[in-house]
Ligand binder design. Structure first.
Ligand SMILES: [Zn+2]
Length: 510
């Protein structure tokens, strides 16, 4: 007897259909599995055999062959256990083959026959629907995320025995899954809670408006973290497409199954500086996504930037440019989306008080070492550099009403709309991405401004790269005022954000 069962495999955040073929024929009793299998998939043989046994089903003393097609795709993970078991049951005539047809099966089995959750169910189901599949049999613990895919008919089970019954009589009573006590919605952070730091807030608004990466330098306690945490709240709301994409990433990490809905807020991720390379950019044996991808469409905040391993930070260079990360291991490679707004914060020196020479105890040599922990190529990917001053007493205790995130967000949204309109024929969306070849077209200066920039170029000893960044940031500042042409005041403000960089890293080479 021969049967085919449909399942799916995750590659990055996309999925591919996989067909489990099961054949039982006369011959030497054996149980063989083929089809380019990784170690976990090869172990499925023992799990399936024992799980079936514990459900009271003894495999016949015949030749059992399982093939996972197509053979050119490497199969990893434990989600094939259930489809393999169903394929065998169907070949044995224990379940009704007609009831298996047209359904997709996903799930891990333990030795008792219980069905355990797997990662990536949301992309599997939503791609399945797109490819014309309607019915999905998934672990009960993954049911909630499977149901988030529009148009899917989902059957959730916690034990193999229940599935066998279902595939015989077709009766299904929808099980209620445990919805975790919905915690009282965490109070949404808001810029209204941030006193003072107008300069820093302004820089954040510019960063959010043109998606410019931003570095904040300032003493501990200046509010760098508090402000960064709130930047995600002033970015435009996620589109439906972005919500889907983000939710797929969280599903692949096994973080969607506990949620009641698709992710709807822009993420804010703030990994600790002791994070490993795989933790930050992704990797490990199953090439899982890292913090960088979990921050997709949102904010990646690196606090105490100088404390991160220099080699770890270097790995961010490519994805910050490409907006995706490609991970390669052995015979596999996957790509994850990674379009983030990078915010970074650091103290101005090892002791935290530079350039206040009354209090700073650092030697010139140790200062140099300190700043050298951030490489030039990484700094090149940061458009705006801003100094945070310690708060004054009035600012700290001030009762002045601060602008709310909502008010700021309305302005940012308007600025994004201007950019979408301007770049609708381009491959990029935001000012920070304007390639050098198009700077003249989008950031052209009039004669007076041109002469001024020439003068500043000489005076500050700028490099070409610095000059280009100033133009891009000035473009955003002009957009914030809905100005068609970049004007002197826009250039001046953009130059200010560069001079902070020059002050700490020395002129010219920034
Ligand atoms: Zn110091």
């Amino acid at each position: 007897m021969y049967s085919t069962v449909m399942t799916s495999i995750v590659e990055g955040i996309n999925t591919l259909p996989i067909f489990v073929e099961a054949d039982i024929s006369d011959g030497m009793p054996m149980f063989d599995m083929v089809g380019n299998l990784g170690p976990e998939v090869r172990e499925a043989r023992e799990r399936v055999r024992t799980a079936l046994h514990n459900c009271g089903i003894i495999l016949p003393a015949k030749r059992i062959t399982i093939n996972l097609a197509p053979g050119n795709i490497r199969k990893n993970g434990t989600a094939f256990d259930l489809p393999i078991a169903i394929g065998i049951l169907s070949s044995m005539g224990i379940v009704d083959e007609r009831l298996c047809n047209g359904k997709m099966f996903v799930g891990e089995l333990n030795l008792r026959g219980e069905i355990l959750p797997v990662n990536g169910v949301f992309p599997m189901v939503s791609d399945g629907v797109k490819n014309g599949c309607r019915s999905f049999v998934v672990p009960l613990d993954n049911m909630r995320e499977a149901e988030l895919a529009a148009g899917a008919e989902v059957y959730g089970f916690s034990h193999l025995k229940e599935i066998i019954e279902f595939l015989n009589d077709g009766n299904y009573t929808k099980r209620t899954y445990n919805i975790e006590e919905s915690k009282p919605e965490m109070k949404q952070m808001d810029f209204a809670e941030v006193n003072g730091q107008h300069y820093l807030k302004r820089a954040c608004e510019i960063a959010a408006s043109g998606m410019h990466n931003l570095l904040m330098i300032g003493p501990p306690g200046a509010g760098k973290t508090m402000i960064s945490e709130r930047v995600a709240t002033i970015l435009p709301p996620l589109t439906d497409e972005e919500k889907m994409e983000l939710s797929k990433i969280y599903s692949v990490c096994g973080m969607l199954s506990k949620m009641n809905a698709l992710l709807s807020k822009r993420p804010f991720r703030s990994p600790h500086h002791t994070i490993t390379k795989a933790g930050l950019i992704g990797g490990g044996t199953n090439l899982h996504p890292g913090e960088l991808s979990l921050a997709h469409h949102g904010v990646l905040f690196l606090d105490e930037l100088t404390e991160f391993q220099k080699s770890t930070l270097e790995l961010l260079r490519q994805p910050l440019e490409d907006h995706q990360i490609r991970l390669v291991r052995g015979n596999g490679a996957v790509s994850y989306p990674a379009s983030v707004l990078l915010l970074a914060a650091m103290n101005p020196c090892g002791c935290g008080y530079y350039p206040d020479m009354q209090r700073c105890r650092c030697t010139p040599a140790s200062l140099k070492r300190y700043f050298n922990r951030i490489s030039q190529p990484l700094l090149d990917r940061i458009d705006i550099c801003v100094e945070a001053q310690p708060l004054s007493y009035q600012e700290l205790t001030g009762k002045a009403k601060n602008e709310s995130s909502e008010t700021i967000r309305d302005r940012v949204v308007r600025c994004h709309e201007i950019q979408y309109e301007r770049f609708k024929k381009e491959e990029f969306l935001h000012n920070t991405q304007i390639p050098v070849s198009k700077l003249k077209q989008y950031c052209g200066l009039e004669e007076k401004e041109e002469r001024y920039m020439e003068h500043m170029y000489e005076k500050m000893g700028m490099t070409g790269r610095t000059y280009h960044k100033i133009l891009r940031v000035a473009r955003t500042i002009a957009d914030m005022e809905e100005c068609e042409r970049i004007q002197m005041r826009h250039l001046n403000e953009a130059i200010c954000y560069r001079s902070v960089n020059e002050k700490f890293w020395g002129g010219g080479n920034a």
